[in-house]
Ligand binder design. Structure first.
Ligand code: B3K
Ligand code: ZN
Length: 876
C-alpha cells in the first residue's frame, strides 16, 4: 500500500449534498444487516463524468441512478487489510444534468466486525465509530472530511433487543413494525462529513436533564449507559452542563440543536467521539461516581465530556479539509479543554499535568522513529496519526498563538474564524490567517511550527559583570534532525521569563544597557538572542515560565541555585519545574556512581522537601504533586540515550526510602494535623487533601510502620480514591493487610471499570511477568476488549520497569506477542501496543537489543498497515 501525501490533496469534482440512509439490522446469517442509501449529487467541476466512492468489506446489492438500474460502474478490489471494494461510477450519460440521485443497497457486517470501526457490536449494543475512515465500512461514499452533506437516517431493528434507536440531529418519526421490529427516523440539519455520522441501537439506562442556552433555548440532554449504570452518570451530566455554560462564557459559543446525547459503550478504541449531537464514549471516560472512580478519573471524565462537547464548534461546525489538517480541530480542542479544566479546577495543576504529557511522552515521540510535525506530510495509516504530537503539541502551538496575541485578540480571531468558515472544511492555514488578521500580528514565521518536527533545545547562559553592572543573557535555540526531517530552522519561541534577586524577590521593569525595556515575554525568533541588561546586582534568570514554549531548556545551575528557585520563585509552575530539575540532578548523581555528588544533591532535596512539607496545608492539591519524587518514567523521558531503566527504578526506590527515614515523622505529624475532608464532594480542595493523605501515608508507612492508618483509611473511606489508595499503599509498602484486598474484590465484583483500576495497580507492582500474565485470569478479563488489555499492558510498560525491561526479555516479549495477537482483529489496538516498544532508541545497548529483537520478530510477521507502519519506521 502506498502512503498518502499532504501535497496530493485534490478537491472533489462532485459533492454529495443530501444523504438518506435506511438501515435494517438483522443478526441471522441468512438475513444480513443492510443499508439502502439515496445520495443527491451535485457536479462541482463542469465536464467531470465519473467518480469513485470509497467502500470496504461491503457487498453491493443494487445500484440505481435517477431511479434507473445503472450498469456503468466498476467494483475495484484494492490490496491491503480488509477487502476494499471501491465503487467507480461512470455517469458520462448524464452530461446534461448537474444534479442526480444515486441509490445503493449493500450488506454490512455488524456481528463479526471486530475492528471497532464502522458499525459494530459493543456487547449487546450496536454502535458506530467513523473517524477517520470508518464510514466506508457502512456504505459507498466520499469518505473524506471535505464532503459536507445533510443526513436523514432511518433505523429498523428488533424492538425488544434494541428499544433505543439513535442517530444525529433531531428525532422525526418512529413507530412499530411487523415481526417485533420498530423504526426511528432522525434528521440532522447541519451539513457534516461522514466521519461525524453516528448510530446507536440497544437497551440503556438514561439520565435526562435540560440546559437553557444564553439566548434562552431549551436543550434536552440525555446520557445513556449500560442498564444498571444509570446512577453513575450524574457526574458526567454536571460536566456536560458546566461545559455548555463555559463555552458560552469564555468563547461566546452556544449549542445549536435542541437535543444533545452522549452514549457510553463498553468496546471502544479511544476515549470518545464527537459525532454531531450524538457523542459516543468509551464507558471509562463517562461512567463513574465517588464510589467507583478516583478523583483523577472523575477529572478525566470532566475533561473528555468537555472536549467532545467543545468539538461541536471546533470540529463539527468547522471541520478539516483533509486528514493532514487533523490538528486544526484536535490541537484547538485540546487547548479549549485545558482552559476549561484550568478555569474549573486549578490552573497551575492543569498546566503541570499537560506539561507532563509533553515532557514525559510527546518529547520522546518527537525524537523517536515516528517523529512527525503537528501537520504531517506523509501517512500510511491515518489511525496512526491520532498522536500526542497532533493533539498535545498541537495544543501547545495554539497556546503560543494565544500567548503572542493575548486573550482578547485570540477571541477576536475565533470570531473571525467562525465568520469566515462556519459550515466549511478548512485548513490550518485558514485558522492561523484568522488569528493574524484579527490581531494584526504577523504569524508567517510562526507557521513553521506546523511543518517542522522535533523539539527545540534552548540554551540559557548568563554572566554578571559586576564592574560594569551588566547581566549578559544569551539565548540560543537548536532543533536536531529527526527521523523524518533532516533540515531544521529556528522557530518563533515565546519565552516567559522571571528575574529573581538573591533575596528571592522578582525584579520587574528591567532595561537593557541601551534603555530598552526587557519584556517578561522574550520572543526568540532567530537562532540566537544576546541581551545586555542593566543591573547593579546579580540576578537568577528563570525562563520558559508556565512552559510558554514546548522546548527543552538547558541552563547550568548549581544544586543550590535549583533549591533556591524551588523555594523562592513566586510562580508555582516554575517551582514545580525547579523541583523536577533538582530531582533529575539527584538521579544523575546516583546513576553516575558519584557518592559525594549524590549525597549533596540528595541532601539539598531533603531540605527542599522539608520546606514543602511545611507549606503543604496552604495548597494541598499542589503540594501533593510537589511532594512526589520524580517517577522513573518522567526521568526516563529526559534521557536522549543510554538509559538504564532498572538503575533508574533503583534510585527511585532508594530516594523514597531515604525520604521515609528523614521525614516520615514529620509526615506523620502533618497527617495527624490534617483537617477533616468532610462528606464527599468533587472539588480541588477535597481531591487535594485525599491526594496529600496518600502522599504522606506513603512516607509514613515506608518502613512498614503505622499500617493501622492505612487500614483506617480504607475502613473509613466514603469514596473510591481512598479505597484504592489504601490498597496501593498496602501493596507498595508490603503492609500485609490482605483483608483490604479481599473486601475490595467482593465489594466491586461486578464493577468492570473498578477492576480495570485494580488490574493496573497489580500490573504496576507485579514482581515478574507471570504475575502480570495471571491478571488475565480475572473474571472480568476479555482479551478482545481494549480497556481490559490496556489496563494491564500500559502500566506494565510505563510504570513497572523491573518487569518490562527485565534482562531475560520476557517483558518486552509479552508486549510484542500481545501486539501480534490483537493485530489479527483490531489493528488500532495493536498499533497502540507497538508504541510501547518505541522507546528502544534511548535505551542502553543491553536493553535496546531486547526490544529490537521483538520489533524484528514483528516485522517478520504478516501485519496490518497500522502496525507495519510503526514497526518499519522503527527498524528503518
Ligand atoms: N476525534 C476523536 C478521535 C477519533 C480517533 C479515530 N481513530 C476523539 C477526539 O479527539 O475527540
Ligand atoms: Zn478531539
Amino acid at each position: 500500500n502506498k502512503p498518502m501525501l499532504r501535497a496530493d490533496y485534490r478537491p472533489l469534482d462532485f459533492q454529495i449534498v443530501d444523504t438518506y440512509l435506511d438501515f435494517n439490522f438483522d443478526s441471522k446469517a441468512e438475513f444480513p444487516s443492510t443499508v439502502r442509501s439515496k445520495l443527491t449529487f451535485k457536479r462541482l467541476t463542469p465536464g467531470a463524468t465519473s467518480f469513485v466512492l470509497d467502500g470496504q468489506d461491503l457487498q453491493l446489492l443494487k445500484l440505481r441512478v435517477n431511479g434507473l438500474a445503472w450498469d456503468d460502474y466498476k467494483l475495484e478490489n484494492l490490496p491491503g487489510e480488509g477487502k476494499f471494494q471501491n465503487l467507480t461510477l461512470d455517469i458520462s450519460k448524464l452530461d446534461d444534468q448537474d444534479n442526480f440521485v444515486v441509490e445503493i443497497e449493500n450488506t454490512l457486517e455488524v456481528e463479526n466486525n471486530k475492528l471497532l470501526s464502522g458499525i459494530y457490536k459493543a456487547g449487546e449494543h450496536i454502535c458506530s465509530q467513523c473517524e477517520s475512515k470508518g464510514f466506508r465500512l457502512i456504505t459507498y461514499y466520499f469518505d473524506r472530511p471535505d464532503n459536507l452533506s445533510v443526513f436523514t437516517v432511518k433505523i429498523t431493528a428488533d424492538k425488544a433487543k434494541y428499544p433505543y434507536l439513535l442517530s444525529n440531529g433531531n428525532p422525526v418519526e418512529s413507530g412499530d413494525l411487523a415481526e417485533g421490529k420498530h423504526f426511528a427516523v432522525w434528521h440532522d440539519p447541519f451539513p457534516k462529513p461522514s466521519y461525524l455520522f453516528a448510530l446507536v441501537a440497544g437497551e440503556f439506562d438514561v439520565l435526562e436533564d435540560q440546559f437553557v442556552t444564553k439566548s434562552g433555548r431549551k436543550v434536552d440532554l440525555k446520557i445513556f449507559a449500560e442498564v444498571g449504570k444509570g446512577h453513575q452518570l450524574h457526574f458526567a451530566m454536571s460536566s456536560l452542563k458546566r461545559s455548555m455554560k463555559w463555552d458560552e462564557d469564555r468563547f461566546d459559543l452556544e449549542y445549536d440543536l435542541d437535543l444533545f446525547m452522549i452514549v457510553a459503550v463498553s468496546f471502544f478504541n479511544m476515549g470518545a467521539m464527537e459525532n454531531k449531537g450524538l457523542n459516543i464514549f468509551n464507558e471509562s471516560a463517562l461512567v463513574g461516581d465517588k464510589d467507583t472512580a478516583t478523583d483523577a478519573r472523575l477529572k478525566r471524565i470532566d475533561k473528555v465530556v468537555g472536549h467532545e462537547y467543545f468539538h461541536n464548534w471546533t470540529g463539527d461546525r468547522v471541520t478539516c479539509r483533509d486528514w493532514f489538517q487533523l490538528t486544526l480541530k484536535e490541537g484547538l480542542t485540546v487547548f479549549r479543554d485545558q482552559e476549561f479544566t484550568s478555569d474549573t479546577f486549578d490552573r497551575t495543576i492543569e498546566r503541570i499535568e499537560s506539561v507532563a504529557i509533553m515532557q514525559n511522552h510527546q518529547f520522546d515521540e518527537d525524537r523517536g522513529p515516528t517523529s512527525h510535525p503537528i501537520r504531517p506530510e506523509k501517512v500510511l495509516s491515518q489511525d496512526n496519526f491520532y498522536t500526542l504530537t497532533v493533539y498535545d503539541k498541537g495544543s501547545e502551538v495554539i497556546r503560543m498563538i494565544h500567548t503572542l496575541i493575548g486573550e482578547q485578540n485570540f477571541q477576536k480571531g475565533m470570531k473571525l474564524y467562525f465568520e469566515r468558515h462556519d459550515g466549511k472544511a478548512v485548513t490550518c492555514d485558514d485558522f492561523v490567517a484568522a488569528m493574524a488578521d484579527a490581531s494584526g500580528v504577523n504569524l508567517d514565521r510562526f507557521k513553521l511550527w506546523y511543518s517542522q518536527s522535533g523539539t527545540p533545545h534552548v540554551t540559557v547562559k548568563q554572566h554578571f559583570d559586576a564592574e560594569h553592572q551588566v547581566l549578559f543573557l544569551d539565548l540560543e535555540q537548536v532543533t536536531y534532525p529527526t527521523h523524518n526531517q533532516k533540515e531544521k530552522h529556528p522557530l518563533v519561541l515565546p519565552l516567559k521569563t522571571i528575574f529573581l534577586d538573591r533575596e528571592g524577590n522578582q525584579v520587574l521593569d528591567l532595561k537593557t544597557v541601551d534603555g530598552k525595556p526587557v519584556e517578561s515575554l522574550i520572543v526568540l525568533e532567530e537562532a540566537k538572542l544576546n541581551l545586555q541588561i542593566a543591573t547593579d546586582k546579580p540576578l537568577v534568570v528563570v525562563t520558559n515560565v508556565d512552559f510558554s514554549a514546548p522546548v527543552i531548556v538547558h541552563q547550568d545551575r548549581s544544586f543550590e541555585e535549583l533549591a533556591f528557585v524551588a523555594q523562592h520563585i513566586p510562580n508555582e509552575y516554575s517551582r514545580y519545574q525547579a523541583i523536577q530539575d533538582l530531582n533529575f540532578e539527584v538521579y544523575k548523581a546516583h546513576l553516575t556512581n558519584n557518592p559525594v555528588l549524590a549525597g549533596q544533591a540528595l541532601g539539598l532535596y531533603l531540605n527542599v522537601f522539608e520546606t514543602l512539607l511545611g507549606k503543604a496545608l496552604d495548597n494541598p492539591a499542589l503540594y501533593a504533586t510537589l511532594l512526589r519524587f520524580t517517577t522513573p518514567d518522567a526521568v526516563a523521558a529526559r534521557f536522549e540515550k543510554d538509559l538504564d531503566p532498572l538503575a533508574v527504578a533503583k534510585v527511585y526506590k532508594h530516594v523514597n526510602e531515604t525520604l521515609t527515614r528523614a521525614h516520615g515523622h514529620r509526615a506523620l505529624a502533618l497527617y495527624q494535623d490534617l483537617p477533616e475532608v468532610g462528606a464527599f464532594e468533587f472539588n480541588v480542595q477535597q481531591a487535594g487533601l485525599r491526594d496529600l493523605k496518600y502522599v504522606l501515608l506513603r512516607l509514613i508507612t515506608g518502613e512498614g510502620e503505622h499500617k493501622e492508618l492505612v487500614r483506617d483509611l480504607y475502613t473509613n473511606a466514603d469514596n473510591f480514591t481512598d479505597r484504592i489508595n489504601a490498597l496501593n499503599l498496602n501493596l507498595t509498602n508490603n503492609l500485609g493487610l490482605a483483608e483490604l484486598e479481599k473486601e475490595f474484590l467482593e465489594r466491586y465484583h461486578h464493577e468492570v471499570l473498578v477492576l480495570d483500576a485494580y488490574q493496573s495497580l497489580r500490573a504496576t507492582l507485579a514482581k515478574d511477568i507471570n504475575e502480570v500474565k495471571d491478571l488475565t485470569k480475572l473474571h472480568t478479563y476479555d482479551a478482545h476488549n481494549p480497556n481490559r488489555v490496556r489496563a494491564i499492558l500500559n502500566p506494565l510498560a510505563f510504570y513497572n520497569y523491573n518487569v518490562m525491561y527485565n534482562l531475560d526479555g520476557t517483558g518486552v516479549q509479552y508486549i510484542a506477542q500481545e501486539a501480534l495477537r490483537t493485530d489479527k482483529f483490531n489493528p488500532q489496538l495493536s498499533s497502540n501496543l507497538v508504541n510501547l516498544l518505541l522507546k528502544f532508541f534511548k535505551l542502553a545497548p543491553q536493553y535496546q537489543k531486547l526490544v529490537l529483537e521483538q520489533l524484528e520478530f514483528l516485522a517478520s510477521q504478516t501485519l496490518s498497515n497500522n502496525a507495519r507502519e510503526k514497526v518499519e519506521s522503527a527498524l528503518e
